[in-house]
Each structure stands twice: as C-alpha cells, then as structure tokens.
Design a binder for this molecule. Sequence first.
Ligand code: FAD
Length: 398
Amino acid sequence: MSRRPASDSASTAAHGSRARVVVVGAGAVGLAVALQLRRAGVDRVVVIDRNASAGMGSTSRANGGVRAQFTTRVNITFSQFTIERLRELDEQTGGQVGFRGVGYLFLTGTDSGEIALRRAWELQRSLGVDVQWLSAAEVIELAPFVNVDGLAAAAFSAGDGIIDPHGVVSALWQEARRLDAGFIFDAEVLDLAGDGDGATVRTTAGDMHADFVVNAAGPSARNLAAKAGVDLPVTSRRRNLACTEPVSGFPAAIPMCVDADTGVLIRREGAGFLIGFSDPGDPPSTDTAFDPAFLDAIAARIGNRFPFLEDVPISLRKCWAGLYPETPDHHAIVGAPPDMPWFIQCAGFGGHGIMHSIAAGQAVTELVTAGRCTTFDLHPLRVNRFNESGGALETAVL
Ligand SMILES: Cc1cc2nc3c(=O)[nH]c(=O)nc-3n(C[C@H](O)[C@H](O)[C@H](O)COP(=O)(O)OP(=O)(O)OC[C@H]3O[C@@H](n4cnc5c(N)ncnc54)[C@H](O)[C@@H]3O)c2cc1C
C-alpha cells in the first residue's frame, strides 16, 4: 500500500475545527464517499483513519472481483454504477485500477441452483446487465478446464471482471486529494456527541465539529455506531484466500469461475490460480490470520467443478485472510437513523465493498446535499430494517 504524502497527518486535525462532513474510515468505501462528495462540490470533507495510511483494513485483503451478477435490484444497480466508474477511473489514472474484463462465470448442477440462477439472470437482464445463459459446450469453449458433468446451468457476464484492490485505493485516494479532500491518519475516533447542529467528533488527535459524520469503519462499524448509541448489526467474519503454485497449460486470462453448488471460486493469479470459499457457518471473528483449516475445506470441494486443481500444490506464502463486514441480509446499511440525520451509516458491505464503493459514495453524497437519494432506491439498505420482516435477501454471497 502506498504511503501517505507528508501533508496528510494528524497535525491537520486542527483542534476545534469545523468540517462539513467527517468520514470515519479510509478504506475503499470511505475514500469513495470522500471522492463523490468532493466531485459534487461539498466543501470541508475530512477523512479520519486510525491506521497510518489509506486502505489498510479489509480493503487490503480483497480478492478483487467486481460483478453485477447479484440477486437483488439494489445490489445489481450498486455494482453497475461502481463498475462503470471504476472503468473510467482506470482510464483517467493510466490503468491504476487494474481493471481486467475477464467476466464472471456461475455454474450449477442442481435443480434448485438452476431455478435461482435463472431468476437472477432474468432480473439482471431486466436491469440491462448483458449476462448470457450458456450451454455446457459454451462453458467448455470459455473455460476448458471446468468439469461439466451433471451441469444444469451456467451464466456468464463479460462486463464483470477483476480489479487490483490496492490500485483502487491509490486511484480513489489520489483523486480525492486532487479535489482537496482532507485526510487525518493515526487518529482514532473515540466518541461522537450529537448536538442540534451535527456532532462533535472526539479523536486521539483532537476534537472537530461536523455537520455530518459518515460511518465507513468497515468491520468496526458496529463499534463506531455504538459510540453514538446506535446498534448496527454489522459483524465481522474471517474469509480466506489461497493461491496455488504455477500451473501451465491453461489460458492466462480466464473468467472468475464460481461453483455455485460448493461456493468455491477460482481465478488466475500470476502463473497459478487463486481459490476462494466463504463458509456460511463460520462464526463472527476479528482474527485476520490465515486459517489452515481452509485448505481442508477447499480440498473437499474443489473437485466438483475444478478437478484439475485437486493435485496442484498450494503456495503457503500466498495465502491470506481478512474480514467481511457482514449484515444478516447481505446488504449494506446506507442511511441515517431517523432521529440522527447527522450520522450517515455506510457499512456492512460484506464481500462486495469495493465493487459497491463508488455507488455508496454517490448515495451518501445525495443524502448530504439533498437529504434523499434519487440515483438509487435506498429503502432496502435503511438502518432500521432489521426489526421488520419481508426484506430483500442477497443469496449470491461468495
Ligand atoms: C478475503 C476477502 C476477499 C474479498 N473479496 C472482495 C472482492 O472480490 N470484491 C469486493 O468488492 N470486495 C471484496 N471483499 C470485501 C471488501 O474487502 C470489503 O467489503 C471492503 O474492503 C470494505 O471496505 P470499507 O472501506 O468499508 O472497510 P475497510 O477497508 O476495513 O476500512 C475501514 C477503515 O475504518 C478505519 N476505522 C475503523 N474504526 C475506526 C475508528 N474508530 N477511528 C478511525 N478509523 C477507524 C479502519 O482503520 C479502516 O481503515 C473481500 C474481503 C475479504 C476479507
């Protein structure tokens, strides 16, 4: 991760200063919020992070997938918006984002899997996502290493792809700084005290007043919200990734291939392959050490669609873990509690925080500038939905 420039330091937290918006968290989400606010001309935007630099939290551990193949309207539209702008940012920054349009390929061999995939495919297409329904022969053409025995259905969207998470951080941060967003590092937010006019943000580097505070604290969002007395159901879950040693004889560019029946996904990483799997039964955890049991979990599942990887050794130097900031329905929380309009939550993005970051930034910007969001329907993401029944549930959780 790139180091901060000398001008960004805790000393800029002028004691007693006044911001229009304080964004807590300089991960992909907080950076995108700051960027969109500045693009909309909102003055005095200050991002505060307890780490020494930007993008050192969950964002630094991400796989780098970006996809519009979700199962709910809001998640699809957040992806579409963000992917388009990540492509633009990539061009604007000379390729810093590292966008590779390799697509995502979903595979299933069960009747229920086929029904779910078709339902998602119909919704995605109705929203303008160019996702194709593939036969087994077409799957083999695209990804000759896939075991298509018993394949019931497959869907592929060429508009999905892969980005470099560190590159996204650099590009968002660079753009936000160019537009004069302020950054304060090595400063932890200790307390938030609302008043009639916003809130006082108490930090280890001094206090500031803000008209709006944005909670972009990733897996720590619940802790931050609690400082203002808000109970936010964001829990952190450890997620692991493992890379193989080099494997020859396969194309250098392959889609992100998802076995929807086991949850295992693979993509190219250098000369080898990267393998991901999120066990829905994992308990909440803040442990970011790689879990060796993950290797047993993938060994038990990889043979279903990707048997060519069964005997390929894992490179133990290239295995890592990080935290998903999860919510019970696998949708983010974007909006303020009704009685605290100054405290905008922008958290709980699970395994899709980078691919939803710029849309989240846009939504928060509209809440700040207009008091409501017209680009997206934020109703499914409202803070107080968890006590109600019948809300949307995202099932394409990877
Ligand atoms: C293994 C793995 C694979 C993933 N793969 C993908 C993927 O393919 N695509 C995708 O889109 N997403 C992926 N994700 C998810 C993605 O990484 C997260 O959703 C995203 O990074 C969340 O961004 P964030 O800015 O909300 O949080 P973070 O990046 O964690 O940033 C939050 C920041 O808040 C700061 N902070 C917290 N509390 C305080 C405080 N009190 N005071 C000051 N600062 C504070 C922290 O220091 C941190 O820097 C993956 C995650 C993991 C772990």
